[in-house]
Design a binder for this molecule. Structure first.
Ligand code: UGA
Ligand code: MN
Length: 315
């Protein structure tokens, strides 16, 4: 074989390898299994509903079920403290806190117990196959677990379900408004994307379109904190939130089968921002072992121990 032929074959071989690798990468990132059945495992840790913090049955108002996914990190306890103390001021509300973990953490359990809100504490770890995806579907296993819990209750709960992430801030007036959602209500969310807001477009009291920086091919381009759903819709279907980052809200709302006419615009016809995607800056947990050693006979050892207990430090 001539030298020329050998080099051409080498190039062809290299080209084939590159095409093969590209094909592997593309197929992997293209089609993750978006909507499998109940693949997440859920641990039911504690429901304080039936105990001393029972909801007053005499209260005629619909109950609000606020679903908050959360995961272990330095900012977790500060976030849950801020949000929990807001929710504490709202009566007839159940806080469903679902950890992305194999089991419930003692520091989250302690916080819930101390606050005194009627609550449900669950753990549902994100299935391992989604952790390695390019866009990780955050908080999905948690929200699916909360919806399963609601569907599993007997008698079936009535009221309104709302997804409020642990890094969000809410004005309690919006919670009172969404309590009366008949099917699906929607409202603006602040600090989202380029416009710093994501909102339905409302004309003459009806939702006619979307004001959102990332509409793409979404039928309902809304933020996770931008809508509330009456539990009758949840109970009447087996709609699940998909493990599809960016499309969680859209595909869930589509699965409920709602139409534009049925959307109830809140926050004064979607003219006010009453909930925000605040996003606390992320920090690394420090190792305080050396600092503890260099400050003997002081508060620092106990401080570091307490910080470790609430996931704020390693020792
Ligand atoms: C945004 C939206 O606000 C989310 O509602 C949506 O689920 C997410 O995009 C998405 O499309 O994947 P983002 O700010 O990017 O969320 O994500 P985080 O705030 O980090 O997570 C959303 C929620 O899931 C939070 O409540 C967070 O505590 C929880 N989470 C996050 C987990 O439970 N596990 C994780 O590994 C990460
Ligand atoms: Mn967030």
């Amino acid at each position: 074989m001539s030298y020329l032929k050998i080099s051409v074959m080498k190039y062809l071989l290299a080209l084939l390898c590159i095409i093969g690798i590209l094909a592997m990468v593309l197929t992997k990132s293209k089609s993750p299994p978006y909507e499998p059945g109940h693949i997440e495992k859920t641990v039911k840790c504690k429901s304080d509903l039936m105990e001393r913090r029972q909801l007053p049955t005499a209260d005629p108002r619909p109950v609000l079920y606020v679903v908050t996914p959360t995961y272990r990190r330095v900012e977790q306890v500060p976030e849950l403290t801020r949000l929990g103390q807001t929710l504490l001021t709202v009566p007839h509300l159940v806080w469903m806190v679902v950890e992305d973990a194999d089991a419930c953490s003692p520091h989250v359990a302690a916080l819930l117990d101390r606050l005194g809100i009627p609550y449900v504490h669950l753990a549902s770890a994100m299935p391992a196959q989604y952790r390695s995806e390019r866009y990780v579907p955050r908080g999905v296993s948690n929200r699916r677990a909360a919806m399963s819990w609601l569907r599993d209750q007997s008698p079936q709960p009535t009221g309104v379900m709302y997804f409020l992430d642990d890094d969000n801030t809410i004005d309690i007036r919006l919670l009172e408004q969404m309590r009366h959602t008949k099917k699906v209500s929607m409202f603006p969310v602040g600090l989202v994307a380029d416009y710093l807001v994501s909102s339905p477009i409302v004309q003459e009291g009806r939702v006619t379109g979307w004001f959102d920086g990332w509409i793409v091919d979404r039928q309902f381009p809304v933020d996770m904190a931008g809508f509330a759903v009456n539990l009758s819709l949840v109970m009447a279907s087996d709609a699940l939130m998909p493990y599809h980052a960016g499309y969680e809200e859209d595909k869930l709302l589509r699965a409920f089968g709602i139409t534009m006419d049925e959307i109830e615009p809140l926050a004064n016809q979607c003219t006010e921002v009453l909930v925000w995607h605040t996003k606390t800056k992320k920090n690394q947990p420090p190792s305080l072992r050396r600092e503890v050693a260099s400050h003997p006979n002081s508060n620092i050892a106990a401080l570091a121990e307490n910080m470790e207990r609430i996931a704020m430090a390693t020792t």
